[in-house]
Design a protein around this ligand. Structure first.
Ligand code: NAD
Length: 520
């Protein structure tokens, strides 16, 4: 660990009452914020309730209009937003525009246009009870709590707030203690475009602040690690409030022998190293069929060696990592892999020429499936590549994981690619592409296995912020229904006959009853 990285990490945590935000790229102090206490979180939720009630009265198009105004305000202040994100994360400025801001702007347009369609009342046609009119409606759940991670400080807070708001909810965001600045600035802009006061609130803090939010909000959307996600679910269970958990991943990429190797290598390098690999859906391990293993590895190494790393104000592909703990974890996994026989073809160490949390983009081969780097989430700029005998071995190894977030398959045969995709245990799989599913808001996104429960995007991405209610309306208004009181022998016999008529297979059995002893 370099001197500077070691010393900057020591300043992150000052006390339970204060968050000190520092630049991971330079160590410079950016801000000091007071931690929001549990009592203040409870008050924030109570303050949000009247705002939510007023907001829920608005039509979808009125809410959409305010969100469009909000988007304009974000665009007018995007340089400042980018300043905050680059400063607190260390990611390249181009990534902030291309990923964070693009996502938020697009999400506003998408949910503003589609919320009403997804939440429209649905007429249900009963197969039997034709005398009833049945409708299913969606109403806002109330105050939604969003607990976010640090890797995409706007996408995974404001981005998730947009469908919740369009559904008529108030939102309270507990951002990561590492990255609370950009989201606070984005929320301040909301107040300037005529939102009801307290409709969107930010409560900076550590785990205790997040726990208080779980204790008071009506629903929690959490994005973060598996370990914290389990704590969130346990705590939410005490109040039986719904949770949506978007957790970690160890996404596998499979390269079949008929793949376009240039496209596969390009996708691999971008998909594994974008945001220094600190993406939940990063490509974290690669399985390549034997005949194309070496040419694929050569192409990956060639591309990796051309990448530029440095402070976010320069033209670089890779910035600094965001936290001291994260770079330590990456270093430990690579060290463990090398000790167990892996070979480093590129990188494999901190960048000695830069003083922040810079880890060189790394390619590892001769990796084995019992190494941490193949089993545990790395969340860093590391590409471990493993040779496999055939597609069967690739699928078996890809599925040999506690995670199941995303995955990818590369082959010129798209039908075969789809067939392999269907066998990969993950919430989403791309064929001849990677990570792109996240920016297709129509497509449900989320994990299986320990990568989470619930979906963002698509119809479930907004209905999760609603209470679903069924309304049944009697059409004819008879004085009495046949199944109501009083009971009688005749009614009982009629029910028995009806059961036989409707549910017993075969017309003979229905009309004549069961066969007698001697057969009939
Ligand atoms: P983390 O779990 O450490 O923290 C996430 C949030 O939880 C932070 O705001 C933190 O303050 C809060 N928290 C801490 N203790 C808590 C508690 N006891 N109860 C409730 N909340 C608590 O995760 P992180 O390090 O900030 O983020 C990285 C992780 O997020 C990675 O595992 C990554 O894969 C995952 N992630 C997943 C997705 C996805 O969509 N699936 C997207 C981005 C990141």
């Amino acid at each position: 660990m370099s001197e500077t990285a070691a010393s900057t990490s020591a300043y992150r945590y000052v006390s339970q009452d204060i968050i000190e935000v520092r630049s991971p790229a330079t160590g410079a102090k950016l801000a000091e914020l007071p931690v929001i206490t549990a009592g203040a979180v409870a008050r924030a939720v109570e303050d949000a309730r009247p705002a939510q009630a007023r907001w829920a009265q608005k039509t979808f198009s009125e809410r959409a209009e305010i969100l469009y105004r909000y988007r304009d305000a974000l665009i007018d202040h995007q340089e400042k937003l980018a300043d905050y994100v680059t400063a607190e994360t260390g990611k390249p400025r181009s990534d902030v525009f291309g990923n964070e801001l693009f996502y938020v702007y697009d999400a506003i347009g998408f949910w503003a246009k589609n919320a009403e369609k997804y939440l429209r009342a649905e007429n249900i046609h009963p197969h039997l009870f034709k005398s009833k009119k049945v409708v299913s409606i969606y109403s806002p759940i109330g105050v939604v709590g969003i607990i976010g991670p640090w890797n995409f400080p706007l996408v995974l807070t404001i981005g998730d707030a947009i469908p919740a708001l369009m559904a008529g909810n108030a939102v309270i965001i507990k951002p990561s203690e590492l990255t609370p600045l950009a989201v606070q600035y984005a929320a301040d802009l909301a107040e300037k475009v005529g939102w009801p006061e307290k409709l969107l609130q930010i409560v900076p803090g550590y785990g205790a602040t997040a726990e208080a939010l779980i204790d008071h909000a009506d629903m929690i959307t959490f994005t973060g690690s598996v370990e914290t996600g389990k704590k969130v679910m346990r705590r939410a269970a005490e109040r039986l409030i719904p949770v949506s958990l978007e957790l970690g991943g160890k996404d596998a990429m499979i390269v079949l022998k008929d793949a376009d190797l240039d496209r596969a290598a390009g996708a691999c390098v971008w998909g594994a190293l974008m945001n220094s690999g600190q993406v939940c859906t990063s490509i974290e391990r690669v399985y390549v069929e034997e005949p194309v293993y070496q040419p694929f590895v050569d192409r990956v190494v060639e591309r990796v060696q051309k990448l530029r790393q440095g402070p976010s104000d320069a033209t670089v592909e890779l910035g600094s990592m965001t936290s001291a703990a994260q770079i330590d974890k990456v270093e430990a996994q690579v060290r463990d892999a090398v000790a167990k026989g892996a070979k480093v073809l590129s990188g494999g160490r901190r960048n000695a020429s830069l003083s922040g949390y810079y880890y060189e983009p790394t390619v590892l081969v001769d990796v084995a499936h019992d190494m941490d780097v193949m089993r545990e989430e790395t969340f860093g700029p590391v590409i471990p590549i493993m040779k496999v005998h055939d597609v069967e071995e690739a699928v078996r190894l890809a599925n040999d994981s506690r995670y199941g977030l995303d995955g990818s398959v590369f082959t010129r045969d798209r039908d075969r690619g789809r067939a392999v995709a269907e066998r990969i245990e993950a919430g989403s799989v791309c064929v001849n592409d990677g990570l792109v599913n996240f920016v297709i808001p129509e497509a449900p996104m989320g994990g299986i296995k320990e990568s989470g429960i619930g979906r963002r995007h698509g119809v479930d991405g907004i209905r999760k912020y609603c209470r679903q209610k069924t309304i049944v309306i009697d059409r004819f208004g008879m004085k009495n229904e046949p199944n109501w009181f009083p009971a009688s022998k005749m009614k009982a016999k009629a029910v028995q006959a009806a059961l036989r008529l409707f549910y017993r297979s075969g017309w003979r059995a229905r009309i004549l009853g069961p066969p007698s002893e001697g057969g009939n």
